[in-house]
Ligand binder design. Sequence first.
Ligand code: PMP
Length: 354
Amino acid sequence: MKKHNFSAGPCILPQDVFQKASEAILNFNNLDLSLIEISHRSKDFIAVMEQAQQLALEHLGLEGKGYKILFLQGGASMQFINVPFNLMKNKAGYLNTGTWASKAIKEAKFVGEVVELASSKDSNFNYIPKGYDVPTDLDYIHFTTNNTIFGTQVKEFPEANCPLVCDMSSDIFSRQMDFSKFDIIYAGAQKNMGPAGATLVAVKESVLGKTDRAIPSMLDYRVHAEKDSMFNTPPVFAVYVSMLTLQWLKDLGGVAAIEKKNQAKAELLYNEIDRNPLFKGFAVKEDRSSMNATFNLVDQAHKDSFDALAKEAGLNGINGHRSVGGYRASLYNALPIESVQALVDAMQELERKA
Ligand code: PMP
């Protein structure tokens, strides 16, 4: 039996996707060639790219709304610099909700002035700041919807008179939202979409070309949009597996259907964290993430016993990030509820033994 995989990313993908991806590595589309040895400009691969883009648009409800879907490289981290290069004239507002938001801020400062709208650093990012003022002279505002490390999630966004940009690396395609509120959405593939190596960018074309900056080609969204993500060789395998995963999601009923499953998984785990006297949650309740649940033992004396129980139950990847400690269970789209039940069983077993 496979392990229960709670890894934060790269992470679990659907079994069916692993199967199809492995078949395509050996013989793609009955071409008697591997997916990874054919030209990215062949009609077979262009069809993959187009389907991946179309599925992403559909899942985000952005069809016919002036958005372009790009598959780029360099991870979400590259977008920390692409975004200001393409949108920043003078200054931008950033909500500082954790490590990734802080890194995005650091990169944006290479390009212009950054106004930190609010920060939850004062309590190790265990909540999402609210009720902050939004200046009216910003070129854009940047959020990180889901804070993978700290286990918090932004559920409401302020009104603003400028473009909104969002790093959705760890919760894209997991919950319904009005995605057309955002002018740029980006996400590294390696959580809910596919393997590491591709980064999804959904960009509203009307927000581009407003700075007077000369933008190097690889950083320029307009170049990638014009060339349909084929300006240079795209990460063919990552795009293919992303396409398979997006198709899997569609067959399952799309974002609305997976959101229900994700809510059920999160509820099962958070209920146990709150009920079990040996554990406590890290993030404040109202800001808890449905994708990454962070929790600690109340008494570290139980650590070895719990780690042994987790190992015995085949639970993989539940150690918390070093900046939080304790445990983090990532509940991405492909994780079955049975895996969450196995974790809950281990927590209850610890309580019985303690
Ligand atoms: N943003 C968020 C929210 C993340 O979780 C991560 C990676 N875990 C990143 C950005 C960085 O992504 P990458 O490693 O693809 O650059």
